[in-house]
Design a protein around this ligand. Structure first.
Ligand SMILES: [Zn+2]
Length: 146
């Protein structure tokens, strides 16, 4: 047994977190040994943050959903929800076919007891909706505009 390679199957664990003021709380199941995400899209660039995405069935708002507001760009299927009191964007969601369809996105900085500096980060080229490029260990540069 001890000489077999370790299984790489994800180890889902339940994490809890919330906004800064405590009005909004959530919980979700995911594997923090897997790489987590940063993105260069126009919203992520301004907001910063490190995220992971899960199927909607693995995410629940446990307190204060009515205390959240929503931000989305135009008619995008993707949105972020923020606490109306402290302004922290705790989670989002939407639909990106290249990333598996419907998802919820969690701001990992909102988790209780998780040191984001210890996580393995991968980068996405969301600025250009270049999801098919997949994740990169290095940030995608912004392209020069004519
Ligand atoms: Zn709050």
């Amino acid at each position: 047994m001890s000489e077999t390679a370790p299984q790489k199957s994800p180890t889902l664990k339940t994490y809890v977190g919330g906004c800064h003021c405590g009005a909004v709380r959530f919980e979700a199941e995911f594997d923090l040994a897997a790489p987590v995400n940063r993105c260069n899209c126009t919203v992520c660039t301004k907001m910063g943050g490190t995220t992971t995405s899960v199927p909607p069935s693995q995410f629940r708002v446990t307190k204060g959903e009515s205390e959240t507001g929503e931000y989305r760009v135009g008619d995008s299927p993707n949105y972020r929800r923020f606490c109306k009191h402290c302004g922290v964007q705790c989670y989002g969601g939407g639909f990106v076919e290249e990333m598996g369809g419907h998802f919820r996105s969690i701001n990992l900085g909102c988790l209780d007891g998780v040191d984001v500096s210890k996580l393995t980060v991968q980068y996405w080229d969301g600025r250009y909706n270049n999801w098919q490029a997949g994740p990169s260990p290095q940030p995608f540069p912004l392209r020069a505009t004519a």
